[in-house]
Design a protein around this ligand. Structure first.
Ligand SMILES: Nc1nc2c(c(=O)[nH]1)N[C@H]1C(S)=C(S)[C@@H](COP(=O)(O)O)O[C@H]1N2
Ligand SMILES: [Mo]
Length: 206
């Protein structure tokens, strides 16, 4: 009891004690859910929607919307940090883990990286190590409702442990590559990896 009282005193009034340790350096908590898009929101019709895994895989795999909804889904409650300095705690998503999706392909041993690509042309690059073991998922619901178009619906990639620009909205697929290929923001000077806990915001080369 005494211990709890002391630690609450140390944390102060600005953040509740249980939340304080969850805010990466330079970030502040935001309760709303801002929209950040490089261009207009594409309207992707569900009967034209597909999600593909291609590139350095033995056989390409595609799911249409009906097939995708039949895949085992999970709920993910995660904290998200945007490079523009907001952090939103306990965001509640539903979708399919990349681990589940990757069970459907056999990766070429040369595959090291992956580019997530979107319907309107957005891309972002990730290492395979950053998308496996429960670290990334394709979300189609947020807060119990179908994912809103401005937030990436029908479906988006979510990689909660990296800055939010890695979470490609309107995602159309993953392409496995041998070499790391900078995506949209990465080629514009954002950090190649984007770990919020290390404040990997911008690349040193700029
Ligand atoms: N396809 C696509 N995905 C995208 C973006 C984009 O412009 N196009 N913006 C990225 C950036 S910079 C951020 S911060 C988040 C914002 O997601 P939100 O609009 O749901 O908050 O989406 C990321 N994914
Ligand atoms: Mo962003």
């Amino acid at each position: 009891m005494a211990e709890k009282f002391v630690s609450r005193g140390f944390v102060g009034k600005r953040q509740p004690a249980d939340k304080a340790g969850r805010i990466p350096p330079g970030q502040y908590i935001r309760e709303d859910f801002p929209v950040l898009s490089a261009g207009p929101t594409p309207r992707v019709q569900l009967d034209h929607w597909t999600f593909s895994i291609e590139g350095l895989v033995q056989e390409k795999v595609d799911w249409n919307w009906t097939e995708f909804l039949k895949l085992p889904a999970q709920s993910f409650i995660v904290d998200i940090s945007c490079v523009t300095k907001w952090t939103k705690l306990d965001m509640n998503w539903e979708g399919v883990s990349l681990d589940t999706l990757l069970d459907y392909v056999k990766l070429d041993p040369k595959a090291q990286f992956v580019t997530a690509y979107s319907y309107e042309g957005y891309t972002t690059n990730l290492s395979i190590a950053d998308i496996v073991n429960g670290q990334a998922f394709i979300a189609y619901k947020y807060a119990g409702k179908p994912l809103a178009p401005e937030h990436g619906g029908p479906a988006r990639l979510v990689v909660p442990h990296l800055y939010f620009w890695k979470s490609a909205k309107w995602v159309a697929g993953l392409r496995f590559t041998e070499k790391d290929e900078a995506g949209f923001w990465e080629s514009a000077g954002y950090h190649n990896r984007g770990d919020p806990w290390k404040e990997e915001r911008y690349s040193n080369t700029f």
